[in-house]
Design a protein around this ligand. Sequence first.
Ligand SMILES: [Zn+2]
Length: 416
Amino acid sequence: MPDRLRLKAGLVLAGSDLQPIKDGAILIEAGRIAAVGGDDGVPHPEECEPHDLGDVTLMPGMIDAHMHTFGVDSTQLHLLATEREPYRAARALNELAGMLRAGFTSARCLGSTIGPDVRRAIDDGLAEGPRLKVAGGFISSTSGTWDSRSVSLSAARLSGEVADGTDGLLQAVRQRVREGADFIKLGLSKGGVHDRYHAWGDDPLRQVATYSLEEVAAAVEEAHRNRLLVSAHAIGEEPVRLAIEGGVDIVEHGYGISPETRSTLAAKGTIVVSTISQLHFHRAAYEAYRYPQWERDVYERHWTIMQRDFKLGLRAAVRYALGTDLIGGPTHPLHEAATEFLLAVEWGMTEREALRAGTMLAAEALGIASQTGSIEVGKAADIVALNGNPLIDIKAVKNPVLVVKEGRVLRLTSPA
Ligand SMILES: [Zn+2]
C-alpha cells in the first residue's frame, strides 16, 4: 500500500469550523493530512493511491467522548464483578470494531478495568477499533457511585475501585497511573440510601455527593501532578458544584443544576459531556427487555431534566462535547454511537454545533485536539465519508461509506 493517499469528494468539511469546500480533496502522507482544499489546489503526487469518492461528504472521524469498554451483556452489569477479563476483552474488541466501522476514529472509555489492555491491543494493531483514551477502573467512595451493594464490601474492595479519604484517593490515582490510565474518572454523585437505582439515583434533583471537597481536591492534585485530566460523573447541584470547586476538568452528565452553577460552567469553559444516548437506548429497550415500571420512572425523570438542562445549557453557552455513555449490546451497542448527533440536534443544537461537539470538542475532552478532531494539515488523517451532507441533514452521520484512521482505509463501499 502506498504511503500516500488522495481522496476526492463532492464536499469536504475542513478546518475546526467545518468550512464546506465543494469538489474538495485531501492528500494524506504517512497517516497525516498533507494538504486539503479544492480539488484543483491539492497536489497529485506520482506515487499516490487516488480515490475519487464521487458525491460524498468528507468530515473528521467522529469521536465519542464518553463510552465504556465493559465487554459484558448490557442487561447484566452485575457480571462486571465476576466475568473473566479475557472474555470481556474479546467481547469489547468485537464491539469496538463495529464502532470504528460506524465512523468513530477515537473514543474515551470512562471506566472499565480492561480499558488499558483493550487500548493496547488496538494500538498494537492486533484488533480494529477507535483510538482509545481510557480511565481504567472507576474511583468510587464506599457506598459511592459504583459501589454496588449487591456484592460484599470485601469483594468490592478487591476490584480496586473503592477509595476513601485523601490517602486512599492518592493511592487510587497512583494505581490508575500504574495501570496506564490516560485520565482519571471519579464518581461524585449517587442516589440516597434507599434509592433502588443507586448509581444514578432515583431522581436527578435529589442526588447525594459522594466525597468531601478535600478528597476531590487531593485526587485532582495527584492526577494533575501526573499530567492527567480528571473527569467526574456528576448529576445534581451539589455534586456538580463539588466537581467545579474540586478542580475537576470535565463534567460527565452535568444536569439537575441551578442557573448559577450553569453560569459558572459556562464562564469557566468547562466541557460537559452530553450522554443523551444512554437514556435514549434505555427508553428504546423498555418493552423488548421488560424493564420494570419503577426503573422506567427513574429514566423518565432523568430524561426530562437532562433535556431541560441541555437546552438551558445551550442558551447559556455551556461547552458540550458529545458522548454517548454506551456500554455495549444488546441494549446499548457501541456501533450506534452516531445517534448522539441526531439527539443533540433534536434537543436544539444546530447541525454544525453537533458536528463540532462530536469532533473538535470531543477531541479536546480526550486531550488530543492538537492531533485530531478536524481536517487540517498536520493532523492525523481520521476521516469519514458520508452519503449526504450532515450540515443539512444530520442523519447522514449514520451512513458512512468509508472510514480512514491515521491514513488507513478501513472500509470502502461504493457510494450510492
Ligand atoms: Zn458512563
